[in-house]
Design a protein around this ligand. Structure first.
Ligand code: ZN
Ligand code: ZN
Ligand code: ZN
Ligand code: ZN
Ligand code: ZN
Length: 292
């Protein structure tokens, strides 16, 4: 949409008016037929048409070009009133510097910076408004630490505010404690289950070990029995040895050797030969002992 013709001071050439909105060209474009339009106006028109709105000659969006330089210069020099004239701005400036002025215009309408405040106020009176704005906030002067807005100041009560916060924190804390308790309980539960499992495993192991121990004990008993038998055997052998030595002594005293006498009966001879063998053994042993 173009600039309202009413805002312009002095004569405005008809060639600088938009063929669509009939206002002064804003962000202008030109068709090959030399008709000019505001950019937004002609783009809107070409959505539903494919011709020039003035002479109906065929027109496509790709045919649009910037305005002739001399026309752009004429347009830029047009004298126009500030858009904030209703708010009190008396400024009239060239169209080319209008935008810059309006951005800084003291009469420009701004939204109050306090959250929630619906007031729109000119830039020059914003400061005054902020001093009385009901939505301006400040930290409580009584020291509770709360930020309160002007509209709530009358009802503000430090003690009740703090009490409410305390209650909230307490509820939060209780909630957390409850949570931790639950977690600990479930952890304990799982540990207990684990322990029970372990205990039964250990019991099985102990039983197994007991079985092994009893087997070992019976083995030991058998071995002890065998050892006892061996010892008895040794004792018997010792006795026999002593007996043989005794016999040897007696035989050594005899004048004749048995070989010289009549040959002994087979049984006696066998006995004798086995004895003499044992004696030899003993003698040899005695000799060895002597050597040592
Ligand atoms: Zn227009
Ligand atoms: Zn045309
Ligand atoms: Zn202004
Ligand atoms: Zn305000
Ligand atoms: Zn307070």
């Amino acid at each position: 949409m173009g600039y309202d013709l009413e805002r312009f001071v002095g004569y405005v050439n008809e060639g600088l008016l938009c063929c669509v909105c009939r206002d002064v060209l804003e962000d202008p474009l030109q068709a090959p037929c030399e008709h000019a339009f505001c950019s937004s106006c002609i783009h809107g028109w070409l959505i539903h048409h494919n011709n020039c709105p003035e002479d109906r000659l065929p027109l496509d969006i790709t045919h649009l070009r910037p305005l002739f330089r001399y026309m752009r210069n004429d347009l830029a020099k047009l004298q126009v009133r500030c858009v904030f004239r209703p708010q009190g701005c008396e400024v009239i400036c060239a169209l080319e510097s209008l935008h810059r002025h309006e951005e800084q215009c003291d009469y420009a309408l701004l939204n109050c910076s306090n959250a929630g405040c619906p007031v729109q106020v000119s830039r020059r009176s914003l400061e005054a408004h902020l001093c009385v704005c009901e939505y301006s906030s400040r930290v409580c002067a009584s020291g509770c630490g709360y930020t309160i807005i002007n509209t709530e100041e009358a009802q503000h009560n430090c003690v009740s505010e703090l009490r409410a916060e305390l209650d909230m924190l307490r509820a939060e804390l209780n909630c957390k404690v409850e949570e931790v308790k639950h977690e600990m309980e479930s952890r304990l539960d799982s540990q207990r289950r684990h322990m029970v499992q372990k205990e039964s495993l250990l019991r099985i192991e102990v039983d197994e070990l007991k079985g092994q121990l009893s087997r070992v004990m019976s083995d030991v008993r058998v071995l002890l029995g065998a050892e006892r038998a061996r010892r008895q055997e040794l004792e018997r052998a010792e006795l026999e040895k002593a007996e043989l030595l005794e016999l040897l002594k007696k035989e050594g005293l005899r004048p004749a050797t048995p070989s010289e006498a009549a040959p002994p009966p087979a049984e006696v001879q066998r006995k004798h030969s086995s004895r003499s063998l044992a004696l030899d053994c003993i003698k040899r042993k005695n000799r060895e002992v002597t050597v040592i």
